[in-house]
Design a protein around this ligand. Structure first.
Ligand code: PGA
Length: 226
């Protein structure tokens, strides 16, 4: 079964949680990792007790006077088993650099949280045929964790744009990443109920990371039934 990661980003409210619970209550959701904003973890768990939860981010600090941070140990304490690390929105808007990301990956490992590490080229890099080079460089910090990290290939230009690479491009990139030793590779960027069926036919792909559609009840329903 392919893995589905639902990244709500800074979206969602009680109504969304109730609607999502309406779709998933009592169903087998063992292949879905729900990543709501962390303040909603317990509410989502209350509505869908068997849901597997992931964090959208984790602190690069282990503990201490860092107002507003949520640490890997705290996530582990409340049974969060996954965390997205290095999403392009964090790299771009919060200026997260490789050294920070490496520390986050180390803390995830220390506290038993499976990191979903995002990589991908921007449009200029794609146009210059630099996709593999960019990804290889981004993956340098992930090397020590090659055995248990999950890689999400997310071209920056595809996120939220309605655009996706061609199927063979996703396949080639996925194979490139697997060739570097990574076992689990997801695709993310404008996945929707129409392209989902095609994307998951890619044999070497282990699943998808969804943003926009993960908070769209109709789309989510269609994808879950697909
Ligand atoms: P999108 O977002 O599905 O809305 O393009 C994907 C992501 O940011 O991970």
């Amino acid at each position: 079964m392919k893995m589905l990661v639902a990244n709500w980003k800074a979206n969602g409210d009680l109504k969304l949680i109730e609607d999502i619970a309406g779709i998933f209550k009592g169903k087998n959701v063992q292949n879905i990792i729900f990543c709501p904003p962390s303040c909603f973890f317990s509410l989502l768990k209350k509505h869908i007790p068997h849901a597997i939860l992931g964090a959208q981010n984790v602190s690069d600090k282990e503990n201490g006077a860092f107002t507003g941070e949520v640490t890997a140990k705290m996530l582990n304490d409340i049974d969060i088993s996954y965390a997205i690390v290095g999403h392009s929105e964090r790299r771009i808007h919060f200026k997260e650099k490789n050294t920070t990301l490496k520390t986050k990956l180390l803390l995830c490992k220390k506290y038993n949280i499976a990191a979903i590490f995002c990589v991908g080229e921007n449009l200029a890099e794609k146009s210059a045929n630099l996709t593999f080079k960019v990804i290889k460089k981004q993956l340098e910090v992930a090397k020590p964790f090659v055995k248990n990290i999950i890689i999400a290939y997310e071209p920056v230009w595809a996120i939220g744009s309605g655009l996706t690479p061609k199927i063979e491009e996703i396949q080639n990139t996925c194979q490139f990443i697997k060739g570097l030793g990574y076992k689990n590779v997801l695709y993310g960027g404008s996945v929707n109920s129409e392209n989902y069926n095609n994307i998951i036919t890619i044999n070497s792909l282990d699943g998808v990371l969804m943003g926009g559609v993960s908070i769209n009840i109709n789309e989510l329903n269609k994808i879950f039934k697909a």
